[in-house]
Ligand binder design. Sequence first.
Ligand code: BES
Ligand code: MN
Ligand code: ZN
Length: 500
Amino acid sequence: MKLSIKVSQPEKQQKTCLIIGIYENGILTPSAKEVDKMTHGFIKKLIDRGAFLGKIGQTLPLYSVADSEFEQLLLVGCGKTTPMSPSYFRKIITSAIKALNTSLTKEATCYLTELEVHDQTLSWKIKQIAEGAAEGLYRFDLFKSEKEPTTRLNEFIIHLPDTTLMTACHQALEQGQAIAAGVTLTKNLANLPSNVCTPTFIAEQAKELGKAYSSLSVKILEEKDMQKLGMGALLAVSQGSAEEAKLICLEYKGTVKKQAPIALIGKGITFDTGGNSLKTPDNMVGMKYDMCGAATVLGAIKVAAELKLPINIVGIIAAVENMPGGTAYKPEDILTSMSGQTIEVISTDAEGRLVLSDALTYCERYNPEVVIDIATLTGAVVIALGSHATGLLSNHEPLAKALLKAGIDSNDRAWQLPLWDEYQEQINSPFADMANTGGRSAGSITAACFLSRFTKKFHWAHLDVAGTAAIMFGTSERMATGRPVPMLAQYLIDRARENA
Ligand code: BES
Ligand code: MN
Ligand code: ZN
C-alpha cells in the first residue's frame, strides 16, 4: 500500500473512500461538515437517529451515499474530548484501517489529520498515521493453511489542511514509514516459534539485514569464540541446549565522522523454559517472546539504516536457548563472567541478566557513548507497570530523560524506576561476588542492579520490556507489538538531529 500526503477537499473526491471523524456529542469535524452539507444533512440525520454514536474507535462504512461521487464513506468515532490523548488518536487510526481490511475499495483519503491531539503537531499525526496503518494491516499467517484476506487498498492518501508545512510533513511520512518497517521486522521475528527462530536463525536474519544496507556490517561470534573471551555467564545458560549460542554484532556506520557509537544490546533467549529452575506450564507459554530485545535491536537498526541517520550504532545480540537437563547449569553453580566477577546461580530462570552481563562487558571494546539494553527481563515489571509502559532504569540521568522524552514523542512510553544503592544488598552472595537473583521484592530493580555491575565504564540505560514487547499470555490474543522500536527510533532520530 502506497502512502502519500495531499491537500484535498472532501466534496471534490470521487473514486476514493473518505475517512472522516465524528465526535461523540454529535460535533462534526470540518470534513464531516463539508460532507454533511453536500449530502443535504445525511450525516446529521444518521447521528440524530442514533445510528452512529462516535465512541472512540467505532466505525461505520457507508456505500452509495446520495449526492456524492465517492465510492465509500467511513465514519470513525473520535470520542468526547478534544484535544484527545495521543494514544486515543492512534487507536482511532488503527480501527479505521482495520475497518477497511475487508473492503473492496482501492483508495482511501484520510481526513483524521483534522483531529486535535493534546500537545501534538501535524507532523506527529502523519507519523502516527503511517505507523497505525501498518499496525492495522499487520498479519502473521505464515503457518495458517487458510490465509486471512489481505487489503485491496493500494493507495492511502493523508489529507493536509494546507501546503505550508510540506517539507516537514514529507519528512514525517518518511520517518513514520521507516519506523513501521522496523516494527514489522521486529514483530515478524518475535512471532516465530522457537523451533524456527533459533539463535542460528536470528544470526542468519541479522546477516540478511546486513546484506540489505551497505552501511551495515554483521559479525557472528560462535561458542568457541566466546569461550576464548571467557564468557562464562552467557555460555552457562546455553550449556543445556542442543542449539549453539550466537553473539551477533552489528555495526551501522551512518557518518564518516569518528563518532562514538550508540550501543543497543538485546536479550535474545529464543526460548526460556526456566532451565533446571523449570517454569510451570502456564508461565512457559509466551516464552518464545523472550528474544524480543534481540528483535528490537534489529528493528531499530533497520529504521536507522532506512533513514540513513548520520550517527554510528553498534548492536549486540546475545542469542541463547535456556533449557533444563543433564548438561544444563544448576542452582548454586558459580560462574565466572567475562568481566572477571563471579556469580552464584540461585535461579537458572534468571538467565537474561547472565547473558546480558557478558554482552555488556563485550560492548566495552566499542567505546560506546551510551549503551541501551532491551530485555524481557522480569515478570515483576509486568506486575509494576502492566502493558502500558516499559520499565526504564539508568546510571545516567540525562540518558534516562532523553529516552523518556522519546517515549512520549513516539507514543511508546517508558517509566523510570529507581536504581538506588540500597537495593544492591539484595543480590549479595556468601560464596561469590554476587547472586543472580535478589528475592521477590523489587524484582525488576534488583535485576537492573545486577546489570549495573557490568556497566560501570559507560552511560547506560536498561529497558525492561517484559510487559510491552508482546501480549504473551492468554490464548487467542497473543501477538508481538514491536515495542520499543518506536521509542528507540525516536531517540536515534533525536540524536541524529543534535549531530547535524
Ligand atoms: N523471561 C523471563 C521474564 C518474563 C516473565 C518475561 C514474564 C515475560 C513475561 C525471565 O527470564 C525470568 O524468568 N525472570 C524471572 C526472574 C526471577 C527468577 C528472579 C521472573 O521474572 O520470574
Ligand atoms: Mn527466565
Ligand atoms: Zn527469560
